[in-house]
Design a protein around this ligand. Sequence first.
Ligand code: F6R
Length: 236
Amino acid sequence: MKIVVCNTYDELSQYIADRVASLVNEKPECILGLATGSTPVGAYEKLGEMCKAGKVDFSKVRSFNLDEYLGLTPDNDQSYRYFMNKNLFEKINIDINNTRVPSGISEDPDKMCKEYDEAIDAAGGIDLQLLGIGENGHIAFNEPASQLYSGTHVTDLTESTIKANSRFFEKIEDVPTQAVTMGIGSIMKAKSIIIAANGANKKAAVDVLRSGMIDTNCPASVLNAHRDVTLVVCGC
Ligand code: F6R
């Protein structure tokens, strides 16, 4: 695993934005795997600026997001679809029809999950997957457990994740308790992965990842079995 240590959040954001932009410039029809959360916001901001300055063209790019809260409609301002539109898609020249976020309101979530993985495969697979990391070591919403799902699936969120994510909601009771998430196998199929961690609260999880071991109680550590992972850290 390649490790990039950044001194500031701005540096971390610039690193991610540059990696995405150079892939898009090299392969205009690439498939991006995208994350929500606080960590990638700075990189998305920078990609918006780079696109506006004509340094990168997203018109042929397709994207798949990692996850979505179960029960939230796309127009709910806490949904991950809403987050992506606001923080990235409205700032770049991507065709919104080429962006996919798992549905949180599907009548048949299992079927939707299967079709989501099939759509990624049919698109040729994800070229570059961006990941954040939970304080508990989760990636997407693959929570610590003795067994991890391979494909996209519906999952219960742990207390720790609900608590961590409650900062975005008015009150903790408003945080959905379930989500749809790409599985570990869906993520591991990506050709290249960047996992970013910003802040001392991520240190324990990052330490497991850096140890080189694979421990399902720190789902991010499965990335130690992937050939092309970059861990970008700041303050942890
Ligand atoms: C988001 C996601 C989550 C976050 C993780 C870190 O799509 O899948 O796994 O990446 O919870 O969140 P932040 O960046 O808010 O610390």
